[in-house]
Design a protein around this ligand. Structure first.
Ligand SMILES: CC1=C(O)/C(=C\N=C(/Cc2ccccc2)C(=O)O)C(COP(=O)(O)O)=CN1
Length: 456
């Protein structure tokens, strides 16, 4: 079989259209060569993100009709709370409007000036909240995660235990409020963390009294990779693997917009009662009552249903197989991508794709723009622009200069992915013609969202 047929059928469609090439060129110029600033109506296939762009099921849409929009004590909250308790095993759940709502609460409560937060590679919003509260993010991911084609390392998201222990010895456990473990690691290329590594991180953290907080935004994909790649888990269900994963955490932040398969939603979950009381007293300032946290009742209902659906093996197998299908087509054509192929996206290695463009001229940014001109396909820069500037105003120049082709859950068909592959290959064939970019407007924070550029 060329590929696994979708484990669902379509009941409703959204018509797609593609602009003529000259209109695509105008559109990306109006957007300042920033794919974030394109209008959705000008985009043909939208691979910007898998965040909030996923297709809900008939059960989830039906759940919207069960919205208990009471201001306090909504039935849907109790459904969401119990679902999280059953799936992850945490005692307490504080709903938020999305992942960074949870990151805001966690960082304001635990991150103080001159504290250090180790983690397996940064994520933009997570690090922003940590730094805004005076903390310093310290990358303790294994070195191989920063090497794009290190395909023989099946769990590139792993924490380097020695790096973690060296940090503890250097700054003192009392200055580490928690370790942030991303499952999977988005900016490494959607790379998973092995169960063995989670076990080791948990043991070292408990030895020093340091909390383990997961960023569990794509935890089902992580569980899938453990099932198919890690010894001893082939016969375990996704639910059993997930339950064991979370047994190695004290809490988690979650963006429901990915593995919750909803358009809006998130939560902060934890076992510690004191942390829970602090979170509930803060959530009323930023998100609303602890029984809705910035979500409507109907959104919480859809979220609870989505969390359960995501644990179905056929669903997650198909989801990851679509990403692998696209990645393998590009590998066959010699296009440089991050390997092993990740769980939610194929990441183009823009540095290898455009070796003649220095990182100071933003190769990933211009490649994303060129792909749109070529095909109407929207992708996202995940390189020097996304990394931003440090406290001294210097650019980070991260080793990974990537363009992310992010596959939304249950949205596109293999025919769409064939079209995307052909577009990337066509762009690759004319790569020598592509020139670098410079800023015309650089925002002070998270510059990738609204920055504007022109050709040098
Ligand atoms: C691992 C991880 C994420 O991937 C994540 C959001 N990802 C996003 C959405 C995004 C965020 C920032 C810049 C560009 C795109 C993604 O496109 O990949 C959040 C924040 O969640 P939130 O968007 O619900 O606030 C926390 N952790």
């Amino acid at each position: 079989m060329k590929y696994m047929p979708e484990p669902y059928k379509v009941k409703m469609v959204e018509p797609l259209r593609i602009l003529p090439k000259e209109e695509r060129i105008e559109a990306i110029k109006r957007a300042g060569y920033n794919t974030f600033l394109l209008n959705s109506r000008d985009v043909y296939i939208d691979l910007l993100t898998d965040s909030g762009t996923n297709a809900m099921s008939d059960r989830q849409w039906a759940g919207l009709m069960m919205g208990d929009e009471a201001y306090a004590g909504s039935e849907n909250f109790y459904h969401l709370q119990k679902t999280v308790q059953d799936i992850m095993g945490f005692k307490y759940v504080v709903p938020t409007h999305q992942g960074r709502g949870a990151e805001n609460l966690l960082s304001q409560i635990l991150v103080k000036p001159n504290t250090y937060i180790p983690g397996n590679m940064y994520f933009t919003t997570t690090r922003a909240h940590q730094e805004m509260n005076g903390g310093t993010f310290v990358d303790v991911i294994i070195d191989e995660a920063h090497i794009s084609d290190k395909e023989d390392v099946l769990f590139k998201g792993n924490i380097d235990i020695k790096k973690y222990e060296d940090l503890i010895n250097k700054v003192g456990a009392e200055n580490i409020p928690y370790i942030c473990v991303g499952v999977t690691v988005n900016l490494a290329g959607g790379q998973p963390v092995s169960m063995q590594n989670l076990r080791e991180v948990h043991a070292l953290s408990k030895k020093h009294g340091i909390r383990v907080m997961f960023d569990c935004t794509r935890y089902v994909e992580n569980a899938y990779f453990i099932k198919v790649r890690e010894k001893g888990y082939a016969d375990k269900s996704i639910a059993e693997i997930v339950k064991e994963m979370f047994s190695y955490a004290d809490g988690a932040t979650m963006s429901g917009k990915k593995d919750g398969i909803v358009n809006m939603g998130g939560f902060l979950a934890m076992n510690e009662e004191d942390l829970y009381f602090k979170a509930t007293s803060l959530v009323v300032v930023y998100e609303g009552m602890p029984s809705y946290g910035g979500m409507s009742g109907r959104d919480m209902e859809a979220f609870a249903i989505g969390l359960k659906e995501a644990l179905d093996f056929n669903y997650i197998k198909h989801r990851v197989s679509q990403v692998e299908y696209l990645g393998n087509k590009l590998i066959e054509a010699g296009v440089p991508i991050v390997r092993p192929i990740g769980g939610h996206a194929v990441f183009l290695d823009a540095r290898a794709f455009l070796p003649h463009i220095p990182q100071s001229e933003y190769p990933a940014q211009v490649l994303a723009a060129e792909i749109f001109i070529e095909s109407g396909v929207r992708t996202m820069e995940r390189g020097n622009i996304s990394a931003g500037r440090n406290k001294e105003g210097k650019e980070y120049f991260p080793k990974l200069e990537l363009v992310r082709l992010t596959i939304p859950r249950r949205v596109y068909s293999y025919a769409h992915l064939d079209y995307v592959a052909e577009a990337i290959i066509a762009t690759y064939k004319r790569r020598d013609e592509i020139k670098g970019l410079k800023f015309t407007y650089e925002p002070p924070v998270l510059r990738f969202f609204t920055g504007r550029f022109e050709h040098i």
